[in-house]
Design a protein around this ligand. Sequence first.
Ligand code: NDP
Length: 286
Amino acid sequence: RPGTHLAVLGRPIAHSLSPLMHNAALAQMAARDPRYRDWHYHRFDIAPEDLPRALAIFHEKKFHGLNLTAPHKVIALDCVAEIDPAAAPAGAVNTLTWTAKGWHGANTDGHGLATAIRETLDIELRDSHILLLGAGGAARGAAGECLQRRCASLTISNRTRPNLDALLDAMRPLAGGIPLSAFQSFSPSAFLIINATSSGLRPADEPPIDLAALTPRPLAVFDMIYNPPQTPLLAQAAALGIPRANGLSMLIHQGARSLEIWTGETIPVEAMRNALQEARESETRR
Ligand code: NDP
């Protein structure tokens, strides 16, 4: 099809809301600028072993930009021609742009996280004490962002110790004097919890930490999960009266930053938010 094509690649991908929110933004951009009338955002189910071949095909088909979601964010580092220096600490890329040199990889998750925490909780990562839950890809990006934005301290908790140690080792060169430790040595007086585990995706999941057992209580809880909108961790925060937010705002802002990279335009973030809101409301009605 003629036009400019964008897509998200992942496995599974059928649940992805990215086409909905990106196409809503593109429709609004097209209304004020005809150049965007022929821009389309798609989704493709790609197995991890097929990613290198898929990236070559997406170039042949003249795709301009790609978002990557699980399980491609880390393995894509070996498939891109260039990596944005700011993406290096995360060790993962979620936004590819075709350039004269090949695919250029960037990571917009950290921007999405920091913007969402500011927007939903009125908290800046800079100078905050942070307790990060998880040591997977999302936690790696979050830890890098917290340290790059000069948080006051970063304490990390994870279900399994080897993954925690690997994350602490990867982050040590970035800390530059910022206290960085495993959860056992945790002592700040006012802190933000960021849940970057996948615990909470299923309603029966145990919260990844027992908020009621924490003294002092956290200032606020940010859960990267957005579906379901209320995880067991957020439900516990609500019961304890702790300010909290889910990952919807992060999803929107990482997506908006990707679209900004591809178009160089200011992105109508509200159009993205409204599209997701409408999708959620129609889901609830069904
Ligand atoms: P990974 O699979 O890379 O990592 C999963 C992490 O969760 C690991 O630390 C793992 O611990 C931990 N974990 C898994 N199950 C449990 C459990 N039952 N109890 C406690 N810990 C558990 O996933 P990602 O890092 O890619 O993603 C994590 C979450 O972040 C996902 O839910 C994803 O949807 C969300 N996310 C949201 C974004 C947004 O825009 N809002 C963007 C990116 C991610 P262990 O090391 O012990 O296995």
